[in-house]
Design a protein around this ligand. Structure first.
Ligand SMILES: [Zn+2]
Length: 219
C-alpha cells in the first residue's frame, strides 16, 4: 500500500554489470508459477469499471513540471489499461471531489505520511510525498527522480485496480523486495538484482497485468 522511504537504500546500490535484456524479458513475461504475493493485503475487484485520475500539481517539488507528471500518469494508466479497465488522466478541476471512479492524485504531506506515495482506497486518493522526494534529491542529486515518480505512480495506481497485496516477484511494480522478517523477493536472475539501481519495473509488468485480469475476472 505504501512506498517506504527505505527504498532510498535500494536506489543507492552501486551500478554493476546490468543486463537490461534479461530484466526486460522478465518484465514482459509471466508464468503462472510466478504469481505470488506477500499476503499482506486482501486482493479484490477494482472499485470501479473505469477510472479517471485527476491530478493536482499544487505542492509538487519544484523540479517536477505539471505536464511531466501528467505524462507519467498517462503512461502508467495506458499500461494498466491492458488489464481491461479503461482510464483517463486529466488535471483536476477546481473543487473536484474524489469518488469510486474518480481518483484524486495530489501532493499531500499528511496523507502520504512520509512515504513517496500512499493509496487511500476508501478516500479514493493517491497521495504523493514531496518530503520523500526532497530527501531523495539531497541524497542522490544525479538520480532521475522522474523514474522514481513513474514507479510510485504505477505502484499506487495498481492498488486501485484491486492489487492490494504486494508481489513477491522482485521485478513487478507491485513488489516489495523483502517482508522485513527475513523473506526475500524472487527473480529469475538473482545475480542481477543488485546490478540495477532499481530492479523493480517502473511500469506494470506482465505478472502485474495478469494478476489484475484474474482478480477482475477479465479473460
Ligand atoms: Zn504498495
Amino acid at each position: 500500500m505504501r512506498l517506504l522511504t527505505g527504498w532510498l537504500l535500494a536506489l543507492t546500490v552501486p551500478f554493476a554489470a546490468a543486463d537490461p535484456v534479461l530484466r526486460n524479458l522478465e518484465i514482459q513475461q509471466c508464468s503462472a508459477s510466478e504469481l505470488a504475493t506477500w499476503g499482506d493485503g486482501q486482493d479484490r475487484v477494482a472499485s470501479a469499471g473505469a477510472f479517471t485520475f485527476s491530478y493536482r500539481h499544487a505542492g509538487a517539488p519544484a523540479w517536477f513540471q505539471e505536464v511531466q507528471v501528467l505524462g507519467l500518469l498517462q503512461k502508467a494508466a495506458a499500461e494498466w489499461s491492458k488489464c481491461g479497465i479503461p482510464s483517463q488522466v486529466m488535471p483536476a478541476a477546481p473543487g473536484a471531489q474524489s469518488s469510486r471512479g474518480n481518483i484524486i492524485v495530489q501532493w499531500d504531506a499528511t496523507s502520504s505520511a512520509g512515504h513517496f506515495g500512499l493509496a487511500n482506497l476508501s478516500a479514493y486518493q493517491l497521495s504523493l510525498g514531496a518530503q520523500a522526494f526532497h530527501l531523495l534529491n539531497q541524497r542522490n542529486p544525479t538520480h532521475n527522480a522522474l523514474d522514481t515518480l513513474q514507479m510510485v505512480l504505477s505502484h499506487e495506481m495498481g492498488h486501485f485496480y484491486g492489487l492490494v497485496a504486494h508481489s513477491r516477484r522482485c521485478v513487478d511494480v507491485l513488489s516489495y523486495y523483502h517482508d522485513g522478517k527475513g523473506g526475500q523477493c524472487f527473480t529469475r536472475h538473482p545475480g542481477l538484482l543488485k546490478a540495477f539501481p532499481e530492479y523493480r519495473s517502473s511500469l506494470p509488468t506482465a505478472c502485474d497485468i495478469q494478476r489484475c485480469r484474474i482478480l477482475n475476472r477479465i479473460p
